[in-house]
Design a protein around this ligand. Sequence first.
Ligand code: IMP
Ligand code: MG
Length: 178
Amino acid sequence: MTNDILKVLITKEELEQKVKELGRQISRDYTGKNLLMVSVLKGSVVFMADLMRAVTIPCEIDFMSVASYGSGVKTSGVVKIIKDLDIDLKNRDLLLVEDILDSGMTLNYIKNMLEQRGTRSIRICTLLDKPERRQVDIKADYSGFSVPDEFVVGYGLDFAEKYRNLPYVGVLKPSVYS
Ligand code: IMP
Ligand code: MG
């Protein structure tokens, strides 16, 4: 598996450090609020698991699963809900936890949809951000790392469902694609 990685972009130690920082910031900002952390499956699972343990205030978690129509690595912005949230969103302060903000189309769709359900606030926390790729006007309120426009895997992020279990974020060798 490691043979397929061209280079390590973000080490395990850098990830740990950043997650701690984000957890501190979120804990401070959400003190006295009604924090519900929402993970969009499956890419954000690893980040979510670490981030929630870096949060030191009471919080709840929930998961949703969506599929975006479109082929391969491109998303179309039309999203199908595979698994919806279980928790009632009324008066909740939602924090959408994502692995990577790319075109932004998926998260934009989800955010608009959840806003209709009586939430008090919705913010976005993404581990990685590819700002150059943005196609809709959406910004992360909390962002771990800006990454260049390269396909990255590891720490939850996949290529064809593989490499999610790598403890670091890396760039795949082009030979893996072809
Ligand atoms: P978008 O922001 O709607 O374009 O889509 C974001 C989703 O695309 C992420 O949640 C990932 O699942 C996937 N994605 C985008 N870029 C990458 C990447 O470099 N590696 C792995 N998955 C990616
Ligand atoms: Mg994802």
